[in-house]
Design a protein around this ligand. Structure first.
Ligand code: AHR
Length: 501
């Protein structure tokens, strides 16, 4: 058996893990809202039309924050369309996805859903076709106690207490030429600055996320961050990052190594934030909101056909990627990467949550089930709380198309507030099991409590409504703990959660 080792120490802490790194995202896109979280008439629908089977799957993930209502959608969205009596709300053409938005679910309904899902709303404002004025108004509507035009409008619409939304996205991917109201970095930096200032004058307790590049490989990457941060540094709190990976050529080792690109992306944005900090002689640190991350490629071709065929229809089955086992492994490594960067990544949103590139799938009128990527997310969210440990990992490496020296064992660890230690590890080796030697001597007497394993012999295995547990966690082979050294067997191609208490 191959060997790898990890040395852990309770004093080697990266930072406390912000629970919001286990956030997610619901956009008015495809069947995320209509047919996803909301399906009146469905046997599982509650009195408001929210699917209880979906709520249960979401609650089990323990998602602290859900970004809403977009995404690309938000760059043409008028928040006022989504409040007030439903029968008076306009139907709008959505130029982001070429569908029609009914506005049947709006701000109040989504806030109600979030409460039922035990989560908080992270609200994105439109800085594409709109500007600081509407940004100010929507904060007043959502968060002001009353006695002003928009707060009184909220009260008249049936909600006396403020919604208390704490985290606000200043637009979405404004560097992207596909975006309605796409801007240059300078234009965006100015509008983001003025919006954030006015929003915080209305409610000084909110935090604001400025749009970073929509991807690491955008031609404007770097220059965008630097220029826009120069304009809005003092008034914003986070820079957003978005990243999706795919494996169209079926190169599994190369695909599993993509989390190294993610790490490089994070480190580059941190450097740019700190460069602007230095230039400004500022004491303030800007952290990162990785508010869109996932695997996205399975549905791309199919979506082009659907969009051509059914332009302007409602709730089209768009971006319905069916995730396989190797996708779950990469999702696991992406989560490990966020933990390793817990000192700067304070928010991260798995994009998205239901039906649209999502861990949860539904059939209209039918069941709801967990896709493969649901499991690493659930494990990290459940056990990856407390402090992120600086794990010293020693593993054999491999070279692949885009990366050299990729560790075969990708691992990190967390220290729970109850003194428990959890190791998260992906074995990227296609064939061989590993013996993972974990040095836990610094923690006193710990016992192996549980080894959770996600493995399938077929990297392309998927879950379906008929076979929802095809790729599901099982008990791992575990191992021994002796004198503060654990020896755990990590099967080839697997996601592992090793819990010590
Ligand atoms: O999550 C799907 C889309 O990906 C979002 O609408 C957009 O922000 C990104 O390009």
């Amino acid at each position: 058996m191959k060997k790898a080792s990890i040395i852990l120490d309770k004093d080697y802490i990266i930072d406390r893990i912000d629970p919001r790194i286990y956030g997610s995202f619901i956009e008015h896109l495809g069947r995320a809202v209509y047919g996803g979280i909301y399906e009146p008439g469905h046997p599982q629908a509650d009195e408001q039309g929210f699917r209880k089977d979906v709520l249960k799957l979401v609650r089990d993930l323990d998602v602290p924050v859900v970004r809403y209502p977009g995404g690309n959608f938000v760059s043409g969205f008028n928040w006022e369309d989504s409040v007030g009596p439903v029968e008076n709300r306009p139907k709008r053409l959505d130029l982001a996805w070429f569908t029609t938005e009914s506005n049947a679910v709006g701000m109040h309904e989504f806030a109600d859903w979030a409460k039922k899902a035990d989560t908080e709303v992270m609200y994105a404002i439109n800085l594409g076709t709109r500007g600081p004025e509407q940004a100010r108004d929507v904060v007043e509507y959502a968060n002001h106690r009353g006695g002003s035009k928009y707060s009184d409008m909220r009260i008249a619409n049936g909600r006396k207490d403020p919604l208390g939304i704490k985290l606000w996205c200043l637009g979405n991917e404004m560097d992207g030429p596909w975006q309605m109201g796409h801007k240059t970095a300078y234009e965006y930096g100015r509008i983001a600055n003025e919006s954030a200032r006015m929003m915080k004058w209305v409610d000084p307790t909110i935090e604001c996320v400025a749009c970073g590049s929509s991807a690491y490989d955008m031609p404007t990457f770097g220059e965008w961050e630097y220029t826009m941060l120069n304009e809005c540094y003092d008034n914003i709190d986070y820079v957003s990052l978005h990243r999706y990976y795919g494996n169209p050529t079926g190169d599994t080792p190369g695909f599993l190594a993509r989390s190294m690109d993610l790490d490089g992306f994070i480190k580059s944005v941190v450097s740019i934030c700190d460069a602007v900090k230095g230039r400004k002689h500022s004491k303030k640190q800007i952290n990162l909101s990785f508010d869109e991350w996932n695997i996205w490629y399975h549905s791309l071709e199919q979506d082009e056909e659907i969009k051509k065929r059914d332009r302007w229809s409602q709730a089209l089955p768009l971006l319905e990627d069916i995730y396989n086992f190797e996708d779950a492994l990469l999702a696991g490594s992406m989560l490990i990467t966020f933990l390793r960067n817990a000192d700067r990544v304070k928010v991260a949103c798995l994009a998205q949550l239901v039906n649209v590139i999502a861990p949860i799938m539904t059939r209209n009128g039918g069941g709801a089930w967990a896709q493969t990527i649901y499991w690493p997310f659930l494990h990290a969210s459940k056990y990856g709380r407390g402090a992120a440990l600086r794990a010293l990992v020693n593993s054999p490496v491999y070279d692949c198309a885009d990366n050299d020296a990729v560790p075969l064992i990708d691992a990190t660890a967390t220290l729970g507030d109850d003194g428990s230690v959890t190791v998260f590890a992906v074995n990227r080796d296609m064939k061989e099991d590993f013996c993972l030697d974990i040095d836990l001597r610094a923690f006193g007497p710990l016992q192996l409590k549980e080894h959770i394993l996600l493995h399938h012999d077929d990297v392309k295995a998927v879950n379906t409504e008929e076979n929802p547990c095809n790729v599901a966690p099982t008990a791992g082979p575990g191992g021994t703990v002796d004198g503060g050294r654990a020896q755990i067997r990590i099967p080839a191609l697997s996601w592992n959660v090793i819990r010590f208490a």
